[in-house]
Design a protein around this ligand. Sequence first.
Ligand SMILES: Nc1nc2c(c(=O)[nH]1)N[C@@H](CN(C=O)c1ccc(C(=O)N[C@@H](CCC(=O)O)C(=O)O)cc1)CN2
Length: 285
Amino acid sequence: MHVIDGKKLADDIIAEVALDVKQLVELGKAAPGLAVVLVGEDPASAIYVRNKIKRAQQAGMKSIEKRLPVDCSQSELEAVVEELNQRHDVHGILVQLPLPKHLSEERIIRLIAPHKDVDGFHPENVGLLATGQASLIPCTPLGCLEMLKRELGDLSGKHAVIVGRSNIVGKPMANLLLQANCTITVVHSRTSNASSLARQADILVAAVGVPELIDETWVKPGAVVIDVGINAIERDSKRKLVGDVNYEKVAPYTRAITPVPGGVGPMTIACLMKNTLVAAQHTAH
Ligand SMILES: Nc1nc2c(c(=O)[nH]1)N[C@@H](CN(C=O)c1ccc(C(=O)N[C@@H](CCC(=O)O)C(=O)O)cc1)CN2
């Protein structure tokens, strides 16, 4: 069994992106600019935003942070996005999710200029991904694909089972793996035989948001298991981060597995840097 080190891989990717940024600047282009919008004070979101800014700086990019109060209005948030859409020094825009309940995520995502949508969530980018033409791909599934390719090489003919059907992970993951010539099964809360379907998987991607749902009865021996879940739980009176996979029970049966923390999470941020570079390379400024 091999533990996939997402932190190390993310460091490598950011070093590669930093070299490309340097080249871009040497060619006389502006350094890529990443704008990160955070609404409210959610502690986990604040950590992710801080890490995104830190990584952008490490990659030699310009970072712009916009913070709005938790009770800001839809139109205030929209005004910030519209301003960022217009700025020539901003190549990538992301609005940290989830937003407070009174704000419409759907409307905000639609408002981001598709060529600056480094999260790959805009319907135009979703359509491009579904038709195999994407350049801005959602960061978490992109990170998972990168780990799978590095572990397995060619993915053709593998049976991939994805647990969860979210717009951010499950659906784009299915599209990406389909394009990599995998056979895909997506299981979700209404699937009656989820664990027996999962047991047929060469590649199992868990993205369901239920702490340690997946135990050894879901896993075919020798499968590669990618755990997207990041769930804070309390155990023995201590706060702990666990995935959607019961790591202790599942790991011994796998060919390779991602840990939580230190697996998919750091790769999400590394792929955001990749997308920001792509967005900058595709603009004239
Ligand atoms: N606009 C977006 N919002 C959200 C996304 C996203 O891709 N775009 N994904 C998640 C949160 N997320 C990135 O934003 C994210 C989550 C976790 C990590 C990470 O590195 N986690 C660490 C553990 C961190 C900790 O100690 O709390 C790890 O897994 O090692 C990075 C990014 C929802 N929102």
